[in-house]
Design a binder for this molecule. Structure first.
Ligand code: NAD
Length: 440
């Protein structure tokens, strides 16, 4: 999936939006000079992490934290554990975070982290030691007003909890050197350095499902504009946090999810998948194949296996890539039959594929809009920790719905005003906000 360099794709997207903005009469200072600063990150942190393995040997892991841009506020972005992590991938993801936070109009910039590791090969103890080592290694460059990490692919609230402990321990040592003791309030504020924490550890209600729910809100706003109605069907690639939750919310909203997949392949159930039952079945079996769960039963006769490529080419109304980058490429874009693509993963469509889909009249709701619900509720968590507040799930979801409707509205209006596709429009909205916060 990663042969295409995601940072190059990101820079092509930036160039397209830059061109649109440069041709507009917007007063944003020296646009060329400011955009030039968005072609490289402000800071790249490269860490080597020695970890004691269960057999007593030592293994060295390579990790990164990229702080792309903080014109609008502290760097913000998740930490990914994956064997294909590369510096260019983390750079691309951190750039997209800066754009995404601006589209959602959050007081945050863009950052991202990653470790080159296949976490499935580690024991729980090894995973904990690796996570703690990473938390300790980046402790000096993060903080509530500096850089606020969160979970991403293969990381979660438990991992954030280990990192928070390492970060707070390092801050306690610093305070001690200065003859100070951290109060409970100080510690809660320090906890806001990481979002996506467990609720019992200062996490926000609704964070786990926020990306999926935000995706539904964005989809509902855009399909209204596209005048797409009736009984709609969807196929979802990826069945992790984002894929599962978006499938669940689509189904609850009356959109029939007929296919889902994970890294091992997918399933197609024409009469509609029950995501919750399917997840239970996958957990029991270890794989999706055979989990043809519809209504309240799983039955082998109801469905069949599909490959990830077949899933992308199914005759559905809504295609939802929710796994990794470069899923829709120049090779398969021509075969996409959906009426609209809802990008829930980061960077799932290459610029070449984008052009093909545009020519075919298939609107792509871009990642920096569709999946911005996650970082939006992360920003809510950050805000709650800083105010020592705890909002109910209803309060969180109401604020999320408003943010997503506003963001989708701004992107749609920009696409009409500049007569451009939704992705370029989203980048233009983000750039306008970021450039306005930058000094010339
Ligand atoms: P996750 O680790 O929970 O799930 C990833 C899923 O993708 C798994 O089901 C995995 O089996 C599947 N997958 C991996 N390789 C695949 C392949 N080649 N084909 C099909 N499926 C494959 O991760 P997640 O948090 O759900 O993140 C998924 C995507 O959404 C990533 O691009 C991530 O950056 C993005 N994202 C996540 C959040 C969040 O809040 N978690 C927010 C915004 C964006």
């Amino acid at each position: 999936m990663n042969a295409i360099n995601p940072f190059e794709s990101a820079m092509k997207q930036l160039a397209k939006a830059h061109k649109v903005l440069a041709g507009s009469k917007k007063k944003l200072g020296n646009i060329d000079q400011k955009v030039a600063r968005l072609r490289e990150p402000q800071r790249v942190i490269n860490v080597t992490l020695p970890v004691m393995m269960d057999d007593g040997s030592q293994r060295l892991f390579q990790g990164y934290r990229v702080q792309f841009n903080n014109a609008k506020g502290p760097y913000k972005g998740g930490i990914r554990y994956h064997h294909n992590v590369s510096l260019d991938e983390v750079k691309a993801l951190s750039f997209w975070m800066a754009m995404k936070c601006a589209v959602a109009d959050l007081p945050l910039g863009g950052g991202k982290g990653g470790i080159i590791v296949d976490p499935k090969t580690l024991s729980q103890g090894e995973l904990e030691r690796l996570s703690r080592a990473y938390g300790k290694a980046i402790a000096d460059v993060i903080g509530p007003d500096t850089d606020v990490p969160a979970p991403d692919v293969n990381t979660n609230g438990v991992i954030m909890g280990w990192m928070v402990e390492e970060f707070i321990a390092s801050q306690k040592i610093k305070a001690k050197v200065l003859g100070k003791t951290l109060t409970k309030k100080d510690i809660l504020k320090l906890k806001s350095t990481f979002t996506g924490k467990a609720i019992t550890n200062g996490g926000s209600e609704g964070r786990e499902e926020a990306t999926g729910l935000g995706g539904l809100f964005v989809l509902q706003a855009i399909i209204k504009k596209l005048k797409l109605s009736g009984k709609l069907t969807a196929a979802v690639q990826g069945f992790g946090n984002v894929g599962y939750n978006v499938a669940k919310f689509l189904e609850e909203a009356g959109i029939m999810v007929v296919a889902v997949s994970d890294s091992k392949g997918g399933i197609y159930v024409p009469e509609g998948i029950n995501p919750a039952l399917t997840l239970d079945c996958k957990k029991k079996n270890g794989y999706l194949a055979g989990c043809y769960c519809s209504g309240s039963v799983c039955d082998l006769k109801k469905g069949r296996q599909v490959t990830n490529n077949e899933l992308l080419e199914l005759p559905v109304d809504i295609l939802v890539p929710a796994a990794l980058e470069n899923a829709i490429t120049a090779e398969n874009a021509g075969k996409v039959k959906a009426k609209v693509v809802l990008e829930m993963a980061n960077g799932p469509t290459t610029p070449e594929a984008d052009t093909i889909l545009y020519k075919k009249g298939i609107p792509v709701i871009p990642d920096i809009l569709s999946n911005s619900g996650g970082v939006t509720v992360s920003a809510f968590e950050w805000e709650q920790n800083r105010k020592a507040a705890h909002w109910t799930k209803a309060q969180v979801n109401k604020k999320l719905a408003k943010k997503m409707a506003d963001a989708a509205g701004a992107v749609w209006e920009a696409s009409v005003m500049y007569k451009t596709d939704l992705r370029t429009a989203a980048f233009v909205v983000a750039l306008e906000r970021i450039l306005a916060s930058m000094k010339s």
